[in-house]
Design a protein around this ligand. Structure first.
Ligand code: NDP
Ligand code: 8X3
Length: 265
């Protein structure tokens, strides 16, 4: 018999997850999966009305506690205000999912917009840093915690016209490794999730509202859906305390990597 228990998850003890970007897509699906499993949720996003509606629906349906906090992860002061003013009974965060993120533009590097680069860098890298910098000391104080960063296959491979988005997700990969090393002595887990194409609002945002262009990304292919990624996050978050999932790359069956996608004829 090994020294460590196979599982030490106390299913009776309610846990708390903090998810950035919970108003749509992967973040919203993750909120639902954890709520279904009895977790309390801190949900965030810029669209306050949508956030509040999701929070109320989840509370009503799953009888868990939900704290909606509307802020822009790019706004350092707003992030600080939201996290440092968390009510005491919400400070025991077990899992942080750094999910808020986006791609904007799909032009060649030489034709792309500097403003778009700045939005991606400020959201995908700096936003993740602001949130993690404030929550990791709370986890250390609590003596437990798990940071799950939503990276991408774009964090492992660079594709044509992906330049700055790929660079931000490569940064998420580097930061996931860095956090895992520095938080090691505090027993804080760090996981990177690297999805391939997932049909969400992601492509509508990337193509700046052009729905036709966005839909063409998923034409003749069965992509991942947000629920697939949410279930993967749930798996990573619910391993026994001696197990850390360092990274998981998942794609739809039709996608081998960023370069090979088999569309049905
Ligand atoms: P969606 O566009 O559906 O959702 C993005 C979420 O991020 C929304 O809730 C949005 O909320 C939030 N968000 C965006 N910018 C900010 C901001 N500045 N401050 C706070 N919240 C923000 O996309 P996905 O669910 O697909 O994307 C989630 C993550 O998954 C991203 O990090 C993305 O890079 C990654 N990913 C997506 C893949 C895909 O193919 N869809 C594949 C691999 C990774 P709001 O607008 O209300 O602020
Ligand atoms: C989103 C998936 O392949 O468009 O991160 O980069 S991809």
């Amino acid at each position: 018999m090994g020294k460590k228990p196979i599982t030490d998850i106390n299913m009776n003890q309610q846990k708390t997850i903090f998810i950035t970007g919970s108003t749509a897509g992967i973040g919203e699906a993750t909120a639902l999966v954890f709520a279904q499993n009895g977790w309390n949720l801190i949900l965030t996003g810029r669209r306050k009305e949508r956030l509040d509606a999701i929070a109320s629906k989840i509370e009503e349906t799953y009888k868990v506690n939900v704290l909606p906090l509307s802020f822009d992860v790019r706004n350092k002061a707003a992030v600080k205000d939201a996290i440092s003013n968390l009510p005491n009974n919400w400070k025991g965060i077990d899992v942080l999912v750094n999910n808020a993120g986006l791609a904007i533009g799909r032009d060649a590097f030489q034709n792309s917009q500097i403003e778009d680069w700045e939005i991606m860098i400020d959201t995908n890298i700096k936003g993740l840093l602001y949130v993690s910098r404030l929550i990791s000391p709370m986890m250390i104080e609590n003596g437990k915690g798990h940071i799950i960063n939503i990276s991408s296959i774009a964090g492992r491979q660079v594709y044509a016209n992906g330049h700055v988005y790929c660079a931000t997700k490569h940064a998420v990969e580097a930061l996931s490794q860095a956090m895992r090393i520095d938080l090691l002595k505090h027993h804080i887990k760090v996981t990177s999730i690297q999805p391939g194409m997932v049909e969400t609002e992601f492509s509508v945002v990337r193509f700046k509202g052009n729905k036709e262009q966005a839909d063409s990304v998923y034409e003749n292919v069965v992509p991942l859906v947000a629920q697939d990624v949410a279930e993967t996050i749930y798996f990573a978050a619910t391993r026994p305390s001696h197990v850390n999932i360092n990274e998981i790359m998942l794609t739809c069956t039709a996608q081998a990597n960023a370069f090979y996608l088999e569309r049905e004829k």
